[in-house]
Design a binder for this molecule. Structure first.
Ligand code: TYD
Length: 233
């Protein structure tokens, strides 16, 4: 099942993940980036795949329902991390790996950093165990780039509350402010420990400014030859 990004056949596939706390605006930013990539870049032909976690396959979407309803809470953070990892393995096998092998651009709303942050926050699972589990689930796969949309938890939770209207908060949104403050710290720690892979973006800025910052980074990292007007292989 293991996907190796050096494997012949993965060609120019690119894997970008979007991370952050609640209400950071990930889905809006993924939609805007996908639109830009589909408008005349080489990836319009190679494919732009938008997906999410937990989810992305029928089986993983079922697990999403179980986890976000709170039904798996009694397993504790390590048990929940195992469920997220099981969903992730199916997602990699059926969607992410095949798309990267086709040379597509894969944009994923949350991925392994969410497990490190959410299941590791506030008395959560041992970080060493979470990393071991991550290795099992991901094999040699790693995102080429991760955007961490950063904002104060009060602001994000208020945005999430407005978005859901009368609906109930899900399993993690319902956690207290201290949990969400720790989440923010965890994501910033991840960014500091892997600066090559991670870019922190101020998600309190207007969405179009955030979108431009994301686009500039994507162009610099992956579309240099294209934006310089050179012939694209
Ligand atoms: P979702 O409604 O997609 O939240 P958001 O819009 O904030 O992305 O629900 C996903 C929730 O699951 C979110 O609260 C984060 C949590 N989560 C984890 O706790 N661990 C994980 O590994 C993943 C992928 C998500």
């Amino acid at each position: 099942m293991t996907v190796c990004i050096q494997e012949p056949g993965l060609r120019d596939g690119r894997f970008i993940t979007f991370e952050g706390g609640e209400g950071a605006g990930k889905s809006t930013q993924i939609r805007l980036l996908a639109e830009r990539l589909r408008q005349g870049t080489p990836y319009a032909v190679r494919g732009v795949v938008v997906t999410r976690e937990p989810g992305g396959t029928p089986l993983a979407e079922k697990l999403r329902g179980v986890i976000l309803s709170g039904a798996a809470r009694q397993f504790g953070p390590l048990g929940e991390a195992l469920l997220f990892s099981a969903a992730r393995i199916d997602h990699i096998d059926r969607v992410i790996g095949p798309a990267l092998r086709r040379g597509a651009f894969v944009l994923c709303d949350r991925f392994a950093d969410s497990t490190r942050a959410y299941q590791g926050a506030k008395g959560g699972a041992d970080p060493a165990l979470l990393l071991a589990m991550e290795k099992v689930a991901l094999g040699k796969l790693a995102p080429n780039l991760t955007f961490i949309l950063d904002l104060p938890p009060e602001v994000g939770l208020e945005r999430a509350r407005r978005r859901r209207g009368e609906g109930e908060a899900d399993r993690f949104e319902a956690e207290d402010l201290a949990f969400h403050a720790q989440l923010r710290d965890k994501f910033l720690e991840i960014a500091a420990s892997e600066p090559q892979r991670c870019r922190v973006i101020d998600a309190t800025l207007p969405p179009e400014i955030v979108a431009d910052a994301i686009w500039t980074t994507v162009c610099e990292k992956f579309l240099k030859a294209f934006t310089d007007g050179k012939k694209w292989a």
